[in-house]
Design a protein around this ligand. Structure first.
Ligand SMILES: Cc1cc2nc3c(=O)[nH]c(=O)nc-3n(C[C@H](O)[C@H](O)[C@H](O)COP(=O)(O)OP(=O)(O)OC[C@H]3O[C@@H](n4cnc5c(N)ncnc54)[C@H](O)[C@@H]3O)c2cc1C
Length: 455
């Protein structure tokens, strides 16, 4: 990068908000996907106006920009693949407004999701998009990836909560989208287009999200199963029965063992699978649904059931689930978290295929699943980087199978660089063409997050 461009960046953002030393650049050269590419500089903007000035400079000087929340994504979406400048949003993390009466919050993109929840909870409100990474993931990153999480089965995904976005376009102009109303049908839905665009169409500088009233009561149940098939059947019947759990997660034998060894939550390591279920709402409804749920689980051969007796016990069981990833990283040096989604009725078929392919290619695999959405997260555990090819082979064979069942390449982690080669399995050529044209329209010079799923 030209020295004059760096000097101008410093003038716009301030000396403290520009980092160029190698040690600092390395920290922003990778994300949860663990592929590396060094940026030339990292800038920490503090306002939409600064972002606008930086984007204008990038357009003039011809350097690339990659937006970054916490870098927790698992598809390489925030790696500065062609160098240039990383726009890191950790200093734009303010809560601008919480409107209790209309139940919405106006927040900056760097706001961490669990921090938002801590502010909302005393007000009796909640933003229910509950990611496994909520302790670090930001609202900007989760809007850009349309993140889902554990409570999507009842509450939906990020897009379902978007009321407004402020976005800096590639020419530096500032676009304000959305309304404060729950309904809005005026022209094309440009706001939704930015949701899931992986930072390739604009830079988000403010987000308005809908909030829900915090449920009065929650009931957390753990049920063990002697076979994965029974656990999957139980999930299907739960959904078919009209019960709407806030979450219904599957964990397989390998992950149960890893988690139990790490957090000692009282799980049965001999089980082939377990379901972690949360019901929430009014006390009388949760009690009645709890009875129906327990009866249904019993019919499907659940054993060793445990119901959390207090909020602390509920949190402990959830901690077990949220520790799945770090627990697995204790088993091997490398843990690659994958993401596919299939119709819920096909869950067991796909899990069986996954196990067969992992055995065929000699790779250790542990599975967690937001099963109520048919969303599967196989985790491939490897000793060396060279072994990554084994996980690639599993995915090469699995992906066309998933699409043939009516499934999708990604339910929530996005495409980034990790799944770019698979796009053609799912998207038709005319869909891809329209996407490329949109990218050109929004970002004619290709300066925003280049080298990602769309160029
Ligand atoms: C242990 C673990 C558990 C996880 N659990 C879940 C889960 O349950 N559900 C789920 O959906 N995901 C999950 N994830 C993935 C990840 O945490 C989410 O995708 C998260 O939303 C990313 O947020 P981030 O702030 O880290 O964004 P980053 O990783 O920094 O960025 C993600 C994308 O957003 C873009 N971006 C960031 N900020 C902006 C901005 N201001 N403007 C424009 N674009 C921007 C980036 O360029 C990139 O394309 C998990 C990850 C880990 C490591």
């Amino acid at each position: 990068m030209e020295k004059s461009a760096l000097a101008e960046l410093e003038r716009i953002a301030g000396k403290n908000n520009l980092k160029t030393s190698l040690e600092e650049l390395v920290c922003y050269s990778y994300d949860g996907y663990l592929k590396e590419s060094l940026p030339d500089a990292v800038v920490f903007p503090e306002s939409a106006e600064q972002v606008s000035a930086i984007v204008k400079l990038a357009g003039r000087e011809g350097f690339f920009l990659t937006s970054r929340g916490s870098g927790s994504n698992l598809c390489g979406a925030s790696v500065p693949k062609k160098g240039g400048v990383v726009l890191a949003f950790s200093k734009m993390n303010r809560t601008v407004k919480i409107d209790k009466e209309e139940r919405f919050a106006v927040i900056e993109p760097g706001k961490v999701l669990d921090d938002l929840e801590l502010e909302l909870s005393p007000l009796g409100l909640s933003y229910p998009v509950d990611l496994g990474s909520g302790k670090i993931a930001t609202i900007g990153g989760s809007v850009a990836l349309n993140s889902g999480g554990m409570k999507a089965v009842k509450y939906g995904v990020t897009r379902d909560y978007l009321l407004g976005l402020t976005v800096v376009l590639a020419d530096g102009s500032i676009l304000e989208l959305g309304t404060k109303t729950k309904k809005n049908v005026v022209g094309y839905d440009l706001m939704s287009l930015f949701c899931g665009s992986e930072g390739t169409l604009g830079v988000i500088t403010q987000v308005v999200v809908k909030l829900v009233v915090k449920p009065k009561v929650r009931k957390v149940i753990v049920a063990h199963f002697k076979s994965m098939e029974s656990a999957c059947r139980a999930v299907n019947e739960v959904l078919a029965s009209g019960l709407i759990p806030a979450a219904i997660e599957i964990i397989d034998k390998l992950v149960i063992g890893a988690v139990e060894d790490y957090v000692k939550a009282g799980l049965d390591k001999a089980a082939e699978a377990l379901l972690l279920i949360e019901l929430d709402g009014k006390e009388s409804v949760v009690e009645e649904d709890g009875r129906d749920m327990n009866a249904l689980l019993d019919r499907h051969g659940a054993y060793g059931k445990k119901e959390a007796a207090s909020a602390a016990e509920s949190d402990k069981l959830w901690l077990a689930r949220k520790s799945a990833f770090p627990s697995m990283t204790r088993l091997k040096n490398i843990c690659i978290a994958e993401d596919i989604t299939v119709p819920v009725s096909r869950l067991y078929e796909v899990i069986t295929r996954l196990n067969e392919l992992s055995a065929k290619h000699g790779v250790l695999m542990g599975l967690i699943s937001h099963s109520g959405d048919g969303n599967l997260h196989p985790h491939f555990l490897l000793d060396t980087k060279e072994e990554e090819v084994k996980a690639d082979r599993v995915l090469d064979e699995l992906t066309p199978f998933v699409v043939s069942l009516g499934g999708t390449l990604s339910g929530e982690h996005g495409i980034g660089v990790s799944k770019k080669k698979f796009l053609g399995y799912q998207l038709k050529e005319n869909e891809l063409r329209i996407m490329r044209e949109l990218k050109k329209l929004y970002d004619p010079k290709g300066i925003l997050n280049p080298g990602s799923f769309i160029d």
